[in-house]
Design a protein around this ligand. Structure first.
Ligand code: HEC
Length: 213
C-alpha cells in the first residue's frame, strides 16, 4: 500500500493510481508480464503487487560493515572506519539512540533542530498534533554515502554538512528531540565518522543488474 502514497503525493508523482494504470497498460511488454505473473491485465492490483515484490528483492547486506560484523572479515573495515563506528555508538554522540539496528533506524520520528521555522510541517500533516510539527522519520543509513542530498528537504549536500549540523547547527525548535547530544569532534574524528558512514555502502548492491533497466 506504500506504493499508492508517492503516486498521489503532490510533492512526488502528483497523480493517481488509475491514471498510472492506464499509462502502464498501454505498454504491451508490461501487459504481457502482468498476464504471465498475475493472470490479469495491468491494473492497480497488479501494479501494487509487482512493485512490492520488486522492493522485497532490494536487500542490501554486503557492505564493508556487514563483512566485518556478520562475515568475520576482520580487515573489511579500515581502522578509521572502526574508530568512526565507536564514535557513532558512543554516549558522547548518541547517534544510535535514533539510528539503531540492522537498518540504522529505530523506525521512529524526531525533530533534529534543522530550523526554528520549518516550511514542511512533517508528521503534523498526518496527525494534526503540535508535538508532531517538524518531526520527521528517522532515516536508515545503509548506502547513505551515495544518497545525497540529505534530510527531508535535501538541504545538505554531503555527509560532512550533516555532521556539522549535529555538531554546531542545532536550532532550539520546541519539538527538538532530547536525544540529540552536544559534542565537538576533532578533524580526525570527523573523518573517522564519515569513513564509518561510507563503510555502510554495499558496492555489490549498487551494481546488481537486477536493479537496473
Ligand atoms: C533524535 C534522533 C536522532 C539522533 C540522535 C541522530 N539522528 Fe540523524 N537523523 C534523524 C532524523 C529524524 C533525520 C532526518 C531529518 C530530516 O529529514 O529533516 C536524520 C538524518 C540523518 C542523516 C541524513 C540521512 C538522509 O538520508 O537524509 C544522517 C547522515 C544522519 N542523520 C546521521 C546521524 C549521525 C552521524 C548522528 C550522531 C551524531 C545522528 N544522525 C543522530 C534523527 C537522529
Amino acid at each position: 500500500m506504500q506504493v499508492l502514497v508517492p503516486i498521489q503525493e503532490h510533492l512526488e508523482f502528483d497523480t493517481d493510481i488509475l491514471d498510472v494504470a492506464k499509462k502502464v497498460s498501454q505498454v504491451s511488454h508490461y501487459q504481457d508480464m502482468a498476464i504471465k505473473a498475475y493472470g490479469r491485465e495491468v491494473d492497480p492490483w497488479v501494479i501494487t503487487r509487482a512493485i512490492a515484490a520488486f522492493e522485497r528483492t532490494l536487500v542490501s547486506g554486503n557492505s564493508s560493515f556487514d563483512q566485518w560484523l556478520y562475515q568475520g572479515d576482520l580487515v573489511a573495515m579500515s581502522p578509521s572506519a572502526l574508530r568512526g563506528m565507536n564514535l557513532f555508538q558512543s554516549d558522547r554522540l548518541g547517534c544510535t539512540s535514533c539510528h539503531s539496528g540492522f537498518l540504522f533506524t529505530n523506525q521512529s520520528y524526531a525533530n533534529t533542530g534543522l530550523y526554528l521555522d520549518y516550511s514542511d510541517p512533517g508528521k503534523y500533516r498526518l496527525t494534526g498534533k503540535e508535538s508532531d510539527r517538524a518531526v520527521f522519520k528517522v532515516p536508515g543509513l545503509r548506502n547513505v554515502a551515495v544518497t545525497s542530498p540529505y534530510m527531508h528537504d535535501g538541504s545538505f549536500k554531503d555527509l560532512r554538512q550533516v555532521i556539522m549540523h549535529y555538531q554546531n547547527g542545532i536550532q532550539e525548535h520546541p519539538n527538538k528531540s532530547p536525544l540529540l547530544r552536544k559534542f565537538q569532534l576533532t578533524d580526525g574524528e570527523m573523518n573517522d565518522l564519515i569513513d564509518f558512514l561510507e563503510s555502510l555502502t554495499d558496492e555489490e548492491f549498487l551494481v546488481n543488474p537486477n536493479f537496473h533497466p
